[in-house]
Every structure is written in C-alpha cells, then in structure tokens.
Design a binder for this molecule. Structure first.
Ligand code: UDP
Ligand code: MG
Length: 317
C-alpha cells in the first residue's frame, strides 16, 4: 500500500500539539493510504519536545526530528521532506490552520497522477485585512519581477510526490530561499486545491511583520534579478534628463545670458545620489546572498531523531 507523509513544523506549539495529533489521526484513519507524520521541532523552548516524544513513544508512525536550535519554518519543512519516506508528502502547519480534511482530496490528486499540489487560500480569517492585502500585493510584485509565474495566495500548505521530494533533497539547497517558489518552479504535473484557512487552534502566530518583510525580500531576491537592472534603467532615464537640462541651460545662456542655476545643480545632485545609494544598497543585498551561499553552512542541524529505525523496517517490508 502507498504511504502519505505529513511534514509538520513545530515551534512553541505546546497548546495545539495534542489537539493537532488527535484531529489528524482521526482523518488519517479514513485514508486509503498508509501514513506517517514527521514532526520537526524547530528549536521550541516550551513543552513541545516532551509532548511529541510522548506521542512518538506510543505510535511508531510518528517520526520526530529535533533541531539543535531555531532555524525557521522553511528549514523545518526542508528537514521534514528530507526525512519523509512516503510516496506523497504533505507539508502543513501544526496550528490546524491548514484543514486536515483536505488530506483525502490531496491523496485523490496523487492517485490521478499529479505531483505538485498547491493549496490556495481563498480567505484567511486569522490574518486580518492588512496581512491579506499585503500578501496579495507581494505575489503581484513577485510575478511581475520574476520569470516563474507563482500561484497567488499559495501557502506553506502543499503536497509533492516523492519524485519532486527527490529533487528538493538534492537540488535547491539554498540558504536564502523561497520554498513555495521552488515547489512551484520544478515543473511536473501540477494542480491546485482551494481552501479556507481556519483560525489558529490555540496560541499565537510566530510571524512578526519584521519576519514577513525579510521573508518577502528574500523571496524576491532569490527569484528575480530585475532589481539589479534598476541601475541601468535609471542611468538611461537620468542621462536623458541631463541632456534636456543641458540643452535648456545652453539656450538660456545664449539667448538670455542667464546665470547658471544653483538650485538646479542641488536638485540634480540630490536626485542622483539618492538613486546611486539605492542601487548600491540593492547590489549589497545580492552580495549578502552570495556570501551566505558560499559559506556553505547547513540549512539545519539535527540534535535528535526518534522512530527512524522503524523507517528502515518499513522499507524492508
Ligand atoms: N514555525 C516554525 N519555526 C518558526 C516559526 C514558525 O517551525 O520559526 C511553525 C509553527 O509552529 C507553525 C508554522 O510554522 O506550525 C506556521 O507558523 P505560524 O502559525 O506562527 O504562522 P502564520 O500561520 O501566522 O503565518
Ligand atoms: Mg498559523
């Protein structure tokens, strides 16, 4: 029988873990595929660790990967994908915002031969108007600036076949990355399922505005090089302005014998310097990414793993 792997990233989720496990196993029992759940503890500092351990002790289908510290949500998802052994892999959050009842429809899509299934949010009750608007604006800008066309409102709720997982395990090992973007740009037979994000079961969001901003910038920089072209474009534009200004000055000088314009010089200098610094800043951001990649540090560090011996037995059977 085929197997579905659920990859669940956990960061300080002591309040929801038990509810999550109970709800999800109810759904999984009704599935036509076997299942395993890979919990990745992304350096939680609350009781998440002991809760997952006690769940894993009673149920060998629960695999546990514990990070040595917090590496971030995407790193946790990558580790989960690396350690999942199913024929299909579903990434989802631990807070039940990604409704478990869709697992069956995802498996149906796998059965139909789809290999990348993006879950598209139609509404996110928990997020509030501002987060919804900025999220949609973010995708518009990203689609405008990069060659890949991303599904608007795609979320961290997605499913991939083990073939796609194989690609992610060996390629796309970037430190500055946009995992959902990778998933959407690998190709293969793709489809989407619409869902409405539920309210968080308990606890509160770990994504601050600052983290989301950083996340968006990284996504843009890792999927688009067009910001680097701003320099060349503004260069041409400012050059043209300069030419017009030059002609204007010459005419004023010759025809009216006017004194050279002091304010014009100030305005031009301020404008040029502003553009220059912006462009240098953008180049700096890209260099920072190059620097991070060349250091070759790990995406995550595993401190502990539980129930993976079973995994070898599964393979033998
Ligand atoms: N998460 C994580 N590492 C982090 C932050 C969050 O693994 O550094 C997990 C978190 O436990 C949850 C998921 O990522 O399962 C989504 O986080 P959250 O619900 O806080 O984000 P939101 O749904 O508000 O975007
Ligand atoms: Mg959430």
């Amino acid at each position: 029988m085929k197997k579905i792997s659920l990859v669940v990233s956990v960061y300080n989720e002591e309040q929801v873990l038990q509810i999550f496990y109970d709800t999800i196993t109810e759904v999984l029992k009704t599935c036509i595929w076997n299942y395993e759940i890979v919990f990745v503890n992304d350096g939680s500092v609350d009781k998440s660790d002991s809760i997952i351990k006690s769940i894993a002790e009673q149920d060998s289908r629960i695999k546990y990967v514990k990070f040595s510290r917090n590496f971030g949500h995407e790193a946790a998802m990558i580790a989960g994908i690396d350690n999942a052994s199913g024929d299909g892999i579903i990434c989802m959050d631990a807070d039940l915002q990604h409704p478990p009842e869709y697992i069956n429809s995802i498996i149906e899509k796998f059965e139909e031969g789809y290999e990348v299934i993006s879950m598209v949010r139609t509404a996110n009750k928990d997020a509030g108007l501002l987060k919804n608007i900025t999220s949609s604006a973010f995708y518009k800008v990203l689609n405008f600036m990069s060659n890949v066309k991303f599904e608007e409102n795609a979320s961290d709720f997605f499913a991939i076949s083990n073939r796609v997982a194989g690609v992610l395990k060996t390629e796309y090992r970037e430190k500055v990355r946009f995992l959902r973007g990778f998933v959407q740009s690998v190709g293969f037979k793709k489809t989407t399922i619409e869902y409405e994000a539920a309210d968080r079961a308990a606890g509160s969001s770990h994504y601050s505005i600052k983290k989301l901003f950083k996340f968006s910038i990284n996504a843009l920089l890792s999927f688009s090089t067009s910001p680097l072209k701003i320099g060349a474009f503004t260069g041409c534009f400012v050059g043209l302005l300069g030419l017009i200004l030059m002609i204007y000055t010459i005419i004023m000088k010759v025809a009216y014998n006017a004194p050279s314009g002091y304010s014009t010089i100030i305005v031009v200098i301020c404008f040029m310097f502003a553009i220059l610094f912006i462009v240098v800043g953008i180049i700096g951001e890209y260099i920072a990414i190059l620097f991070q990649e060349t250091k070759g540090r790990p995406i995550y560090i595993v401190e502990d793993k539980i129930n993976f011996i079973e995994l070898e037995n599964d393979k033998v059977n």
